[in-house]
Design a protein around this ligand. Structure first.
Ligand code: AMP
Ligand code: MG
Length: 395
């Protein structure tokens, strides 16, 4: 049997970071920057008021209260400004440029709010409530480095430096196909022998949780020809494909039957539990990676965490490897098969303990849904006593 590490290493040696594209701002969320972003201008571009109030000369605000004539009104966006001479005030709004001559802004709360004259009853320091040009960013300064994932705030600064497009690796588009003649779309009625398709929802959601784009292409029964046809349809728009089911040792294994003859996808036993049968390879001229995951719901999800997630990270140009593990103390004894690495479902608590959930079968999806961690038991360990230290992967 192949080790988990060898299987992941093979996957990571095959998948490549997606080529960077000029993405419009609307498409850039979740993409990975492939250039340095800098600002062509200082930000803010001009001295402006941090508050609604009055632009004044600080030296005029003595012998309180002071009454000054209001000679102008400056809103955000104004540009023809009257200079503030000695003994004058200008009513000014947040974001409006500070007129020449003024060296402080008195917040409206310190005044009577007058529009013809204003009475100010507190002294003000020079520079008060003025946001200086370049205080956030200097002209030419780098605001985001290559390799940064574009989240909401990063998108904000890209727009904030005036860019419409940015060179970035897009979010991988991942198509999810489930196989199984027994599968029924949730919402439909179950006939005898049928179950509702959950894997395609789990896996599509798992893809999206990593920051990639997930497309659920539904279920294709157990006919290899139908699967090949569906793959053909989706290959053009996919950066990666995930299938569930149809990779075990039985009959009616459509994924194995359809893809084995192509010679570009290998089906192997990986020394793990759950998730022993795994297929991986590439399809088509573009060598689109395909992850043929086992059908049992817990197996396919654990396989996703261990193999697909790191691969998607690599495709995004991000660091990739086995998920990070933390140590915890297990609250009860564990059993694990010899020669296989187990990933038992557990609840990791804030006190550093982890409790295995009831129901460790690879079909027990409800138990998985209660868990927040995988407890890792190494290949050469078959029994772990309660209280022992274990490695845990957070979900
Ligand atoms: P397979 O890998 O196709 O042999 O499936 C293994 C087990 O997982 C069987 O009990 C299937 O019914 C179940 N299974 C396969 N695909 C799904 C799915 N999409 N949703 C829920 N269960 C599934
Ligand atoms: Mg099946």
């Amino acid at each position: 049997m192949k080790s988990v590490d060898a299987h992941l290493a093979e996957i990571l040696a095959t998948v490549r970071p997606l080529a960077p594209l000029e993405l419009e701002l609307e498409q850039a969320l979740g993409a990975t920057l492939a250039e340095e972003v800098s600002s062509p201008v200082p930000l803010p571009p001009f001295d402006n008021s941090a508050m609604d109030g009055y632009a004044v000369r600080a030296a005029d605000i003595t012998d309180l209260p002071v009454r000054l004539p209001v000679i102008d009104d400056v809103a955000a966006g104004s540009h023809e400004l009257r200079a503030v001479g000695p003994g004058h005030a200008v009513r000014i709004m947040t974001g409006a440029p500070v007129p020449a001559g003024a060296d402080a802004v008195v917040p409206v709360e310190w005044t009577d709010g007058g529009t013809v004259t204003v009475t100010i009853d507190r002294p003000v320091q020079e520079g008060n409530a003025i946001r200086r040009a370049g205080e956030d960013v200097q002209a030419g300064e780098v605001v985001l480095k290559t390799g940064t994932v574009i989240g909401a705030a990063q998108l904000g600064i890209i727009a904030g430096v005036g860019r419409r497009r940015v060179l970035a690796r897009p979010r991988p588009r991942v198509v999810v196909i489930s196989t199984g003649a027994e599968l029924v779309e949730p919402g439909g009625q179950l006939a005898p022998g049928q179950i509702w398709d959950s894997n395609s929802f789990t896996l599509t959601a798992a893809v999206r949780e990593t920051g990639a784009e997930g497309f659920r292409a539904g279920s294709v029964g157990d006919d290899p020809a139908v699967l090949l046809d569906r793959l053909d349809t989706h290959l053009v728009r996919a950066d990666a494909i995930i299938t569930s089911g149809g990779v075990s040792m039985g009959a009616y294994e459509p994924v194995k039957e359809a893809l084995s003859p192509l010679g570009t996808v290998r089906f192997e036993k990986v020394a793990m539990q759950p998730g022993m049968p795994q297929g991986f390879g590439v399809l088509g001229e573009d060598e689109v990676p395909i992850f043929a995951l086992p059908g049992n719901p817990v197996s396919s999800y654990v396989s996703f965490v261990l193999f697909v997630r790191p691969a998607l990270a690599k495709m995004r140009g991000l660091p990739s490897g086995l998920p990070e593990a933390v140590t915890a103390y297990v609250t009860g004894p564990l059993r694990s098969p010899a020669g296989r690495r187990s990933y038992l479902r557990g609840v990791l608590a804030s006190d550093g303990t982890v409790s295995p959930v009831h129901g460790q079968g690879s079909h027990q999806l409800a138990a998985l849904a209660l868990a927040n961690a995988l407890i890792v038991v190494p290949e050469d360990v078959t029994e772990v006593p309660g209280g022992a230290e274990v490695e845990v992967i957070r979900l």
